[in-house]
Design a protein around this ligand. Structure first.
Ligand SMILES: O=C(C1CCC1)N1C[C@@H]2C[C@H]3C[C@@H](O)[C@@H](O)[C@]2(C1)O3
Length: 130
């Protein structure tokens, strides 16, 4: 119904702003584009569902998310993939894991700071009845 479409439009505007803020943070450049499988030939053997911030943004525009929880599930997927593919003691892997945890914390903090919990409840109700 029309009010629902107004709510989901507002959600998309809100999520685009969060996603843009994360993508322009230099700390998160490694998460902005899909991992290059030419450069990393075994990546898809280990990571079954790749995800990145550019793909996240395109999913917003395809109306893939009807509540913030669904958006955060894809943020968590970016983080999980980074932790799974880069598990070693090496300085590089530790750096990647540290940045992945920072990405998650920043995303959750932006949502909490800027999203009215009643608004998210309304979005959940729309999701759950569809
Ligand atoms: O997992 C990732 C990204 C970092 C978070 C997502 N990659 C897998 C490769 C391992 C490591 C080495 C780089 O050469 C680069 O190819 C990647 C990219 O980083």
């Amino acid at each position: 119904i029309c009010q629902e479409e107004n709510t989901l439009r507002e959600l998309r505007i809100f999520l685009r702003d969060i996603c843009a803020k994360l993508a322009r943070n230099k700390q998160f450049f490694m998460f902005t584009k899909p991992v290059d499988v030419e450069e990393v030939p075994d990546y898809l053997d280990i990571i079954k569902e790749p995800m990145d911030l550019e793909t996240l943004m395109s999913k917003i525009d395809k109306h893939s998310y009807i509540c913030a929880r669904d958006f955060l599930d894809d943020i968590d997927l970016i983080v999980r993939n980074a932790l799974e593919y880069n598990p070693d003691k090496s300085a590089e892997d530790k750096h990647i894991r540290h940045r992945a945890c920072s990405l998650r914390d920043k995303a959750y903090a932006f949502i909490k700071a800027e999203m009215d919990s009643d608004f998210e409840d309304t979005c959940r109700d729309i999701r759950d009845k569809r």
